[in-house]
Structure formats: C-alpha cells, structure tokens
Ligand binder design. Structure first.
Ligand code: NI
Length: 268
C-alpha cells in the first residue's frame, strides 16, 4: 500500500525568512530538548561525546527512558533510525526492543494512524522517542494544493497533540515528494540517505544488510514499522551499528536546529 519512491524528488532548498527561522529554532529547542534543564537547550547536542559509559550505555532505573542523551554528533559517529507510516500493530514490539537496547529513534507517523492509536503515540513520546509528522493519510504532497498540504499537517499535528505528544516540529513528506508549497509550510523536510527498501524486500536480513552497507557518519536510515520483518531486524541492526562505532540518536540530536523548508538527508 505504501510504496515510497526510492529517492526523494525534491529540488531546491530555500530556507524561510530569518525571523521565521529563529522562531522555529526556539520551537525546536523547547519541543525536543524537554529533558534538558535550564536554558541550555542550544548546548544539549554539544556537550558529551559517545563512548563507553556514554549515551549508548545502559542507564539505570525505571526512568532511564527519559534520561537526556547528550551527544555531539560533530564528534560522535551518529546515525538516526527513522520509522515511517505507523503507528501500527508492530510498533509496540519495536518500542520494547528500542527501550531494551536503550536506543532512541524518530517516528514519522501518519495522522490517521495516530488518531486510531493515541496510546502508542503517547508511549513513544514518554519513552524519549521523537514523533514527527508524515502527513494525514500518505498523500503525495506534490499533488496537493497549498491549502490541502496545510490541512494535512494541521490535522496530523492535532492528532499527535491530542494523544499527548508535543506538536511535531519535523515533517517527512510521503514518498519524499514535495513542491514549492511544501517548502512554505514552516517545517523542515526530513528525508533520508539510507534507504533499506524494507517495504519492498520484506526481509529482515536484506534490510539489515542495506542499512549497514549505506550507513556512514550522519546518516538518516529509512525503515517502516508497519512491517514485522522491519521490526524484527531492529535489535540486530542496533547491535551491528554499535559494533561499527555508531551512536544511535534522534533526528533533532543528529541535525541540531533546522530551517523551515530546508531539506535534510542526513548531517552534512
Ligand atoms: Ni511513508
């Protein structure tokens, strides 16, 4: 049903006005670095490098899931796992596996799915995962009017907020498809540079191999938590990425402040 194009179809990158940008930076800082005390949000991604005992090490206590992960991805070898199209029947299992591994990920959820499973959205947020928007019902934004695109984003944001998570500050356009109107929606467009093609192969080993082969420092890895084969691949993939020196972070941790209308395939 959901068959993303193998590569994003966006073209130019035109960041919004400076004023809007600053507003979004503030929004980003307050929305995503909620576990950082005081006004040091801007420093949250630049204070601790990864390594033994670092952010990937198991944290103690029941509240470990909300422990801030302070990672400087300019130093650490970071990658961001991202999961699209959910939440679905396998998202709960994935969340358990991520928590067991003390790993964080970013979920680009469909508004329709969020509305149908608000409890899972809340659980994702409470576990320290980042919940981004993937639009309401997986329409290609490049084929929608500006008003329709805005409605898709607003409706999805409401569903996510109604579920108890913050208003999403990140947007992944379905199929990576966007046009000039999409870039004026006031949100950064989060794409990917590692395509596991998990939706196509429906094979855990193939998805894992694809992720390992394409990953490099700063990568954004695209997967889909609506497929059991993808979810089953995750614990092993996390182990293998860490064995190669990678630190798993959320997209905000990976990118730091983003610009509305900017396109992000990874860090750098
Ligand atoms: Ni999708």
């Amino acid at each position: 049903m959901f068959t993303p194009l193998s590569s994003p179809t966006l073209r130019s990158n035109r960041p919004g006005s400076r004023r809007t940008h600053l507003a979004r930076v503030v929004a980003w800082a307050t929305a995503t670095v909620v576990t950082v005390a005081g006004g040091a949000a801007a420093a949250a991604v630049a204070t601790q490098s990864a390594g033994p005992g670092g952010p990937d090490a198991p944290a103690a206590g029941a509240g470990a899931s909300t422990t801030p992960q302070r990672v400087d991805c300019a130093v650490a070898k970071c990658v961001a796992l991202t999961f699209d199209d959910g939440p679905g029947p396998y998202t709960g299992r994935l969340l358990s596996d991520l928590k067991a591994a003390n790993a964080k990920a970013t979920f680009f959820v469909l508004g329709k799915q969020a509305q149908g499973n608000p409890g899972m959205i809340r659980r994702l947020h409470e576990a320290g995962m980042v919940v981004g928007s993937h639009g309401w019902d997986h329409k290609a934004f490049s084929k929608l009017t500006a008003a329709q695109q805005r409605a898709q984003l607003d409706r999805t944001a409401r569903a996510i907020q109604d579920a108890g998570a913050p208003r999403p500050t990140l947007f992944r356009p379905p199929y990576g498809a966007a046009n000039s109107a999409t870039k004026k929606l006031g949100v950064p467009l989060i794409l990917w540079n590692v395509d596991t093609l998990d939706w196509k192969s429906r094979n855990s080993a193939k998805a894992t191999t694809a992720a390992l082969k394409q990953s490099r420092r700063g990568s954004i890895i695209l997967m889909h938590d609506i497929h059991p084969t993808s979810v089953a691949a995750v614990p092993g993939l996390i182990r293998l990425l860490r064995a190669r020196g990678y630190t798993l972070v959320t997209v905000p941790e990976l990118l730091g402040p983003t610009k509305p209308g900017g396109r992000y395939f990874g860090r750098h």
